[in-house]
Design a protein. Structure first.
Lengths: 122, 584
């Protein structure tokens, strides 16, 4: 199961990278970066996985187990899940900035073609 | 005050500017001037806070503070920990102090902005400075990534600050794409290292060591070097740098070039020296190659520019290359020279960018071909610019001489091929900057300027302070060497004590300072300087008198300005770096 996750993450990442490198439409570049971003989420969540583990939630344990037994037992790695949450927050902020810049470019240039947005070169 | 008390001050150095950043937009509702005054107070307070532990740290004690007061369990620590070693503290103090001076310059250059804009500007600047100080002090890999992203977000805002100017928006988009990709590289690198070792704390990572046989470790370090290398502006990750500097206002360019690029250098120094200093994979050779490429290509591109700020930006690429060579050489004198040069570069490059900003403000022109003869109208600008150029050229009593001298001394005996590379880069750098100084200030301009804006006291004060800094760090090399950069080099060379402090917190004895001598009047170094300056002047003289050489046309044609191409270069560089680490 988990190998499938890694492969899916790699495929998503490469698809996003291909978009960034080959598409000239600025919106598509942003979409490609978002794809790469989501592939890292998938990868990290998969790295946090352990066979047969439960969610790393220690509050209100299910009947028959205590917090201590949960903490000692088999849980998914909370640190990597934490990474993932942080990355999602950062990703949302960056995408917002990205799209506002694209809107400005479209207003100035009347185009979202990256070939039209290269006044500075050399 | 106890050592533990001093150590607990460290997180405050980040908290204060963040509070200032949050307060700025609110204060701006009352008055724009009040906002800038409050920001100045916040940054001055940060400088003072960082100066408190300075005596102890430079005196031979490393201070660490674990946020939340945790202790390592079974050798593992997941809390964020801040550590002041002489290297990180030097960068942090430099950032806070120079940031204060740059805010002062802003007061006069952008003082005429609306209240809302000033509030946003002050907020972004303090956020950026907080992130830079945090990245210099933190000893937690994930926290370093967070500061990287905070600095990145602030830099997007500052690059695209004037959203009504098309170049600013264009530059902002390029910075966004390349820095976001660098962020992915750093993020994946952190995740792979954590996946392999279960550690984020630098001390714990150091203890756990590096397994050269494990693919994920080599991939992780390759990704980290490339991600942070993007921030440092090393070739081929440098596509964003020149555009961002060209489009931003003068003080912002000074902030980017003087301080922000250092994040990359500091992070790479921590990883390649303090965490994995004795690793068996060729981290240092990768740095040498990146450094040599950046030093040569950056200097060459600087020579061909017609926009003053763009020229200075490409020179930053070149200087960052020199720093990478210093880090890759990894001997005590080279590291002392690198730390010294990092400080010097921040001083003279901010000085030059403030001059460039003033020139734009005074004349309204940015192209070298439109400028000329300014030395007569604005002698104070000419003086400051020439001080900056002489400092970069490493002319003796200015600061570049001592730091370049230390690096030269080490390379001359140890790595002659790299010594030649550094000298060639130095010659081209001298040529590029003397060409700029000649075209802006000393060439006769056929017609008089239509209008020249007046002088502003804040800018003059900033120029005076920075020129003074360039002179002071040049005439007191013994003091800087013994009390600042030798301890920094020792901390980088002997990572054991840093690792213990990062993991445990509290005060620990620093590694014994390695005595490094620098002969100020060494004949070899004086001749090297004289030779590079003369050769540089000759190259500049030759260059301005003939059509653009083929090599320059090629170098410019490669920099197409298309964001797809720049992203492609960065990906290619990353693939090559990771492959090299895996195979060599």
């Amino acid at each position: 199961v988990i190998v499938g996750n890694y492969l899916a993450a790699a495929a998503l990442f490469l698809l996003g990278l291909f978009t960034v490198l080959s598409r000239r439409n600025l919106v598509k570049i942003v979409m490609g970066l978002s794809l790469m971003e989501s592939s890292t989420y998938l990868l990290l969540i998969s790295m946090a996985y352990r066979r047969g583990s439960t969610a790393p939630v220690l509050l209100s344990p299910p009947s028959g187990s205590t917090e201590q037994s949960l903490a000692r037992g088999n849980v998914a790695d909370p640190v990597l899940q934490n990474f993932c949450l942080t990355a999602i927050v950062i990703g949302v902020a960056v995408t917002a900035v990205f799209l506002s810049v694209v809107v400005r470019v479209a207003q100035h240039q009347r185009s979202t073609d990256s070939d039209q947005v290269r006044g500075m070169r050399g | 005050v106890t050592d533990a008390g001093l150590a607990s001050v460290l997180p405050l150095a980040v908290v204060v500017p963040v509070v200032g950043a949050v307060a700025s937009p609110l204060l701006a509702r009352v008055s724009g001037r009040l906002t800038l005054a409050a920001s100045l107070v916040a940054m001055t307070a940060t400088t003072v806070l960082l100066a408190l532990p300075a005596r102890t740290v430079y005196g031979g004690t490393l201070l660490g503070h674990v946020v939340g007061g945790g202790r390592p369990r079974h050798g593992a620590l997941l809390q964020i920990s801040f550590t002041a070693d002489p290297f990180g503290l030097t960068v942090a103090i430099l950032t806070a102090g120079l940031g204060t001076i740059l805010l002062l310059a802003t007061l006069s250059e952008l003082g005429g902005l609306g209240r809302g804009e000033l509030g946003g500007y002050a907020c972004l600047v303090q956020l950026l400075l907080a992130a830079l100080i945090g990245s210099a002090l933190t000893s937690d890999l994930f926290n370093l990534f967070v500061w990287f992203e905070v600095a990145a977000l602030a830099s997007y805002g500052l690059t695209g600050f004037f959203l009504d100017r098309p170049p600013a928006v264009e530059a902002a988009f390029k910075v966004l794409v390349l820095t976001t990709m660098a962020g992915f590289a750093v993020f994946l690198g952190v995740a792979f290292l954590y996946g392999g070792h279960g550690a984020l704390n630098f001390g714990q990572l150091h203890e756990s060591g590096l397994d050269a046989a494990r693919t994920s470790d080599s991939v992780a370090l390759g990704l980290l070097i490339c991600g942070f290398g993007t921030k440092a502006g090393w070739v081929p990750f440098h596509g964003w740098l020149a555009d961002a500097h060209t489009a931003a206002p003068g003080p912002v360019s000074a902030l980017f070039s003087g301080l922000m690029v250092n994040v990359g250098v500091v992070a790479v120094a921590r990883l390649t020296l303090q965490v994995y200093g004795s690793a068996s994979i060729p981290l240092h050779d990768v740095l040498l190659v990146l450094g040599a490429t950046s030093a040569l290509l950056g200097a060459w591109l600087a020579l061909g520019q017609d926009d003053l700020k763009r020229l200075l930006a490409y020179d930053t690429v070149s200087q960052m290359g020199i720093l990478a060579i210093g880090l890759g050489t990894a001997t005590a004198p080279a590291l002392a020279g690198t730390t010294y040069h990092l400080v010097n570069h921040a001083l003279f490059k901010s000085l030059l960018f403030l001059c460039a900003g003033s020139i734009v403000h005074v004349t309204g022109l940015t192209r070298l071909s439109d400028l000329g003869g300014l030395a007569r109208q604005r002698p104070e600008l000419a003086g400051a610019f020439v001080v900056g150029v002489l400092a970069i050229a490493g002319v003796p009593p200015l600061n570049g001489y001592a730091s370049l001298g230390l690096i030269h001394d080490e390379l001359r005996t140890g790595r002659p091929a790299l010594f030649v590379v550094v000298l060639v880069a130095q010659v081209v750098t001298v040529a590029a900057l003397s060409r700029a100084a000649y075209l802006v200030f000393f060439r006769r301009r056929p017609e008089a300027y239509e209008r020249l804006a007046g002088r502003r006291p804040g800018m003059l004060a900033a120029l005076l302070l920075l020129s003074g800094g360039c002179v002071a760090f040049g005439i007191l090399p013994g003091l800087v060497l013994d009390h600042v950069v030798s301890p920094a080099a020792a901390a980088l060379m002997h990572p054991q004590q840093y690792a213990v402090t990062a993991l445990q917190g509290g005060a620990h004895a620093a590694p014994a300072s390695i005595p490094i001598s620098f002969d100020y009047l060494s004949v070899a170094e004086l001749f090297t300087t004289l030779g590079t300056v003369l050769a540089g002047l000759a190259l500049a003289w030759w260059y301005v008198r003939r059509p653009e050489p083929l090599l320059m046309r090629v170098a410019r044609a490669v920099h197409t300005g298309s964001v797809n191409d720049y992203a492609g270069y960065a990906v290619l560089g990353t693939v090559v770096t990771v492959t090299a680490l895996l195979l060599l």
